[in-house]
Design a protein around this ligand. Structure first.
Ligand SMILES: [Zn+2]
Length: 315
């Protein structure tokens, strides 16, 4: 997820976009070959952004979509763009995790006939945990919007393989970002759609994160798909293994700097003040550097064993 969700402001965006015919597109499409596409959030679109990255794969008998953006207007634009390329049915949508910026357009694709799939915790958390992103002053309308988000109709625990005719899409559940994340690997295009398990030269939001298993997840991705293109959940372009290693390096550096500060007896603001300049020096040029302070606080809590993360409920 990003900083704040201008969420489900679909109707507002339609008005704004209609009045600004030349407004920058909410996202840009990147051709990854073999019918695989990344839809990358466009910072130039300002308030009419898609809020996260997504993607789709056009097979011989249908289309699979990965994530549905932060608002219904961007999701509708994504559907329109797919329709410019193919009239094949939208067979599947995979939600890589429950955060609003990846699921808010689910209804657009469900109404188009798609089956929505996700790791089982996504269905448990989508209509509850997303409320926290609006803060304590959440309005009744915002609460209703969260509680009416389109849910996955099929869930899995560890993964599932989807088929577009003979083309296999391997969906794997992996730990780190929320405890209910998945990646989608398409061997035909050699692309991994990573959701928010990979942020390309962009600081991650760690509100639900466990950085230790996350580093192990990145090791798995690098070992299993060394030559793949990695589509990030956030970040301005698809990446390669070197970019995933850079992101892994951020999590390692963050943990190491915090562990050192803790060992020096620091806590609270003093710990943030000790760690922040180290991050600034190496990662100050990354997108969303404004997440640095909260990344430090969340990881400090994680390393002390006091961090609150979403609980999977009994299935
Ligand atoms: Zn996100």
């Amino acid at each position: 997820m990003r900083i704040k969700f201008p969420v489900l402001a679909g109707s507002i965006c339609i008005l704004v976009c209609a009045g600004l015919a030349q407004a920058p597109a909410a996202f840009t499409l990147h051709d990854l070959g073999s019918g695989a596409w990344a839809a990358i959030d466009n910072p130039a679109a300002k308030s009419a952004r898609s809020g996260a990255n997504a993607g789709f794969i056009i097979g011989s008998d249908g289309v699979a979509v990965i994530d549905t953006f932060e608002n219904v207007a961007a999701a509708q634009t994504l559907l329109d763009e797919i329709r410019k390329k193919t009239n094949l049915p939208i067979r599947f949508v995979v939600n890589t995790h429950y955060h609003l910026d990846h699921v808010a357009g689910n209804s657009i694709f469900a109404n188009a006939g798609a089956t929505i799939l996700a790791q089982e915790n996504v269905r448990v958390w989508e209509r509850t945990e997303n409320a926290k992103f609006f803060g304590p002053k959440i309005t009744t309308q915002q609460k209703e919007e969260v509680e009416s988000l389109g849910l996955p109709s099929i869930t899995y625990k560890d993964g599932v393989t989807l088929y577009l005719e003979r083309r296999a899409l391997v969906v794997r559940s992996l730990l780190g970002h929320t405890g209910g994340d998945s990646v989608v690997y398409d061997s035909s295009a050699n692309v991994v759609f990573c959701g928010d398990l990979f942020w390309n030269h962009t600081l991650p939001n760690l509100i639900d994160a466990s950085t230790k298993p996350w580093i192990a997840t990145l090791d798995t991705l690098l070992a299993d798909y060394p030559t793949a293109t990695f589509v990030p959940g956030h970040g301005n372009e698809p990446g390669q293994a070197a970019d995933v290693r850079d992101f892994r390096g951020y999590l390692i550096d963050l943990r190491a700097a915090i562990q050192k500060a803790q060992a020096d007896g620091k806590s609270g603001d003093a710990l943030v003040d000790a760690v922040l300049p180290q991050l600034q020096q190496k990662y100050g040029s990354w997108n969303f550097f404004a997440f640095a302070k909260s990344d430090i606080k969340y990881t400090d809590a994680e390393l002390r064993g006091t961090k609150r993360i979403p609980e999977p409920s009994a299935q």
